[in-house]
Each structure stands twice: as structure tokens, then as C-alpha cells.
Design a protein. Structure first.
Length: 154
């Protein structure tokens, strides 16, 4: 599996992107639409889902930190990532308790728990109770709304 660092283009002109600021953001969808690429906007702000086995991180094994591609909020460490057969990058725990927040999701006739960025409220994916120890959780995330920074990287 590739050890490269996929490049992100989502934060080049984004004044809200910061990997250090944890202040909650209150930005309109109209403003996000102006700033974000359409594909990122649709997942982040309209809870779209990328197709399974197509995202840049579903089978990626780099060592480092995953950030929200919309706002730069630190979300997951690579040591909490695990191989899952679901086709999306999966983690068993968030980096810190306020990295993410949760919301009930009853779309498509299903009862699920949506995972949102704790800083900007963007849709990241869903959480399920079929993950590995120690948490038993599977954070099933969309690659397109994640940025990866390798340990020792910028």
C-alpha cells in the first residue's frame, strides 16, 4: 500500500483553514460553496458520500495525523486507523473528545450516527459499533474531507 502523502487542494484560498485554531466556526454554506471545490462541498456540507474503495485514504498506511480538509481541525491519528472491508478509511477513536461531534441521521430509511467536524460542523461520515478494541467503534470517514500530514511533515 502506498506510503505517499496525497496532496490536498481544499485549503489554498480558505481563510478559515488552520491546523492549530480550535475555535468553533460559524460560516454559511454560501461562503463554504465559494471557497471549497464542488466535490468537497457536496460531502462536507450536503452529507454526500464518496464511492467505496475510491477515496485516497481508504487503504493508506502513512504515519501521521488526519485533519478536516475544510477547516484544518485535527481529527484522527494514524495509530487509530485500521483495515476495514467497508471501502472507506476507518478509525476506532477520534484524536480528542471535541475533535468531532455526533448527530442522529435517519436518511435513506436508516438509523445511523453522523460524525461531524467539531470545529466547522462538516459531514465526515458515520460511526458504527463494529470496530476493533479498545473502543469497538468504527469511524467510517470520507477521504475527500480528510487531509493527512505525515509525522515530521508540514
Amino acid at each position: 500500500m502506498a506510503e505517499q502523502t496525497p496532496a490536498s487542494t481544499t485549503h489554498g484560498n480558505n481563510p478559515y483553514y488552520s491546523r492549530t485554531d480550535t475555535t468553533p466556526l460559524h460560516v454559511s454554506d454560501a461562503e463554504w460553496k465559494r471557497i471549497l471545490p464542488d466535490s468537497v462541498f457536496e460531502v462536507a456540507r450536503h452529507a454526500d458520500t464518496e464511492r467505496a474503495f475510491t477515496g485516497k485514504y481508504w487503504n493508506f498506511e502513512g504515519l501521521g495525523t488526519y485533519y478536516c480538509a475544510v477547516c484544518g481541525n485535527a481529527l484522527f491519528r494514524s495509530d487509530s486507523k485500521f483495515a476495514s472491508s467497508c471501502g472507506w478509511p476507518s478509525f476506532y477513536q477520534a484524536l480528542r473528545p471535541n475533535s468531532v461531534r455526533y448527530q442522529e441521521d435517519h436518511s435513506y430509511g436508516m438509523d445511523r450516527t453522523e460524525v461531524l467536524c467539531g470545529r466547522c460542523g462538516s459531514h465526515l461520515g458515520h460511526i458504527f459499533d463494529d470496530g476493533p478494541p479498545p473502543t469497538g467503534k468504527r469511524f467510517c470517514m470520507n477521504s475527500i474531507v480528510l487531509d493527512f500530514v505525515p509525522d515530521g511533515g508540514k
